[in-house]
Design a protein around this ligand. Sequence first.
Ligand SMILES: NC(=O)C1=CN([C@@H]2O[C@H](COP(=O)(O)OP(=O)(O)OC[C@H]3O[C@@H](n4cnc5c(N)ncnc54)[C@H](OP(=O)(O)O)[C@@H]3O)[C@@H](O)[C@H]2O)C=CC1
Ligand SMILES: O=C(O)[C@@H]1CCC=N1
Length: 283
Amino acid sequence: MTSHPIPAPVVLLGGGKIAEALIQGLLRSGQARPSDLRVTVRRPERGEELRSRHGVQVLVDNAQAVRGAGVVLLAVRQAQLRDLMAVISPALAPGQTVVSLSADVRLEQLEAALPSHVSVFRAMPHTPVRVGSGVTPLTAGTRVTEAAKRATESVFAATGQPLWMSEEALTVCTGVSCTGPAYVFRFVEALAQAAMAHGMDAAEAAELARGTLIGAAKLLAEPAATTPRLIAEIATPGGITMAGLEALEANGLPRVVGEAVTVAIQRTRERADANAVAYSTPK
Ligand SMILES: NC(=O)C1=CN([C@@H]2O[C@H](COP(=O)(O)OP(=O)(O)OC[C@H]3O[C@@H](n4cnc5c(N)ncnc54)[C@H](OP(=O)(O)O)[C@@H]3O)[C@@H](O)[C@H]2O)C=CC1
Ligand SMILES: O=C(O)[C@@H]1CCC=N1
């Protein structure tokens, strides 16, 4: 994939958790300087935190923040999103790029709430963007320009790997990649809990489980790694790993993981449906 320069300033509206992860990832990439990043907050103490940690520009006025933006990222929660779009709409100039990070408001509602002269996208990042290892699904609205597409892609290329797809596929990603790091971290906790059940002390168990995940992830990151090959390297036929893997299967690991993914996707769809109804009624 060709990488494009990030058009500064990148403006993040809503300086919460995912915004901060993106700020860290962008700075870490070396493709953005602190002065290239502008973030808005509603609490001054949060603004001070972001300014002192990262040196970025902090504003409270969202309409002012979008003026001259190379890319605008909407990083508030769904409850604040509609009001935020109403506030920034008059300030958005023709040709600007707006990317919603919201998991649960569809392009149709976003495009209806924003001026027709801006390009609208959705991105579904996850917290690994912080370390430049994000895999970020992207989907484009109905009236985007090529320049806006490149601008959007550049932000997520700097923080990992952007993946263009349909909006329906992006919805599936909310239950897989977006939530997925939390599932993996919960698995690490379960591994530590199992070690403790066999007498290991808590700190040692946590370190062992964490180290196992980090080591395994590094193997998976090697070029040409495949999970069957990596499993085969560990599992001697008829040996102890096989016994453990068989217990995972017998106790329904794929079913349990599948259920978590399905429930998360369902929650996303329900919230998107509810937002579609809410957006269709005037405020
Ligand atoms: N966390 C994640 O891993 C991911 C989150 N997302 C999406 O990103 C969005 C944000 O999620 P997340 O970062 O987790 O949530 P947070 O609650 O951490 O962040 C939202 C931030 O927006 C601030 N905010 C609210 N209203 C305004 C406003 N009018 N002007 C400026 N700032 C405002 C909030 O301030 P205050 O601190 O005062 O509440 C808060 O800091 C959601 O739509 C979510 O679906 C998408 C992918 C992954
Ligand atoms: O849990 C959530 O609702 C948000 C959206 C996806 C990740 N965090």
